[in-house]
Design a protein around this ligand. Structure first.
Ligand code: URA
Length: 208
């Protein structure tokens, strides 16, 4: 897996607001959405294009339009849903497949409890979205589910990644590209990213 940490003053500024204790649930959701827009923009830099003719006020000119495989966005429940609106703002015609994976608090191993992919997902390029890449076990499980569906080109977008999770995915899925707005220091004994954001799902949904 290759990792790209997207460095940009707007992203770093918004990440600092996201990390603050006094950020409300409403602000947190808005920031997650805004950062997701920037990350999606970066993750799709290599979209295929083709030339076509368009009529303009100066007559006919050659312009570019996006071609190639269509996209499917796969949020990992539940925190991945917080990024979905931002991603779809950039690629409104993408399809959405949803995966529910939770991690067993003792073993930190992923348990799949829901899966609904688009019927033609094997023909699509896939963007997995999950704000926190901690152990990487859930991400690996979802990548494996997608590879079992015959998906060939898979990218992942997260807001904060831990080095341990990055290494875990790199060892198993060298072909997957990861885009993140931050690569933090380490995981604590409970599998939380330090400094991280705390429980991103709870902050997005205001459940704590
Ligand atoms: N999930 C979270 O929400 N936060 C972490 O730090 C790790 C996993």
């Amino acid at each position: 897996m290759s990792i790209k940490v997207i460095k940009h003053p707007l992203i770093e500024h918004k990440m600092s607001l996201l990390r603050r204790n006094d950020t409300s649930s409403y602000q947190f959701r808005s920031l997650v959405k805004e950062i997701s827009i920037f990350l999606t923009y970066e993750a799709l830099r290599d979209l295929e294009m083709h030339e076509y003719q368009i009529d303009t006020w100066q007559g006919e000119i050659t312009a570019n339009k996006i071609s190639g495989k269509k996209l499917s966005v796969v949020p990992i429940l539940r925190a991945g849903l917080g990024m979905l609106n931002g991603v779809l703002e950039v690629i409104p015609s993408a399809r959405v497949g949803v995966v529910g994976v939770y991690r067993d608090e003792k073993t930190l191993k992923p348990i799949e409890y829901y899966k609904k992919f688009n019927d033609d997902i094997s023909d699509r390029n896939v963007l997995i979205i999950d704000p926190m890449l901690a152990t990487g076990n859930s991400m690996n499980a979802v990548i494996e589910m997608l590879k079992n569906e015959n998906c060939k080109k898979i990218k992942a977008i997260c807001l904060v990644a831990a080095p341990e999770g990055v290494k875990n995915i790199q060892e198993k899925h060298a072909d997957v590209e990861l885009f993140t707005s931050a690569l933090d220091d380490h995981l604590n004994e409970n599998g939380y990213i330090i400094p991280g954001l705390g429980d991103a799902g709870d902050k997005i949904f205001g459940t704590k």
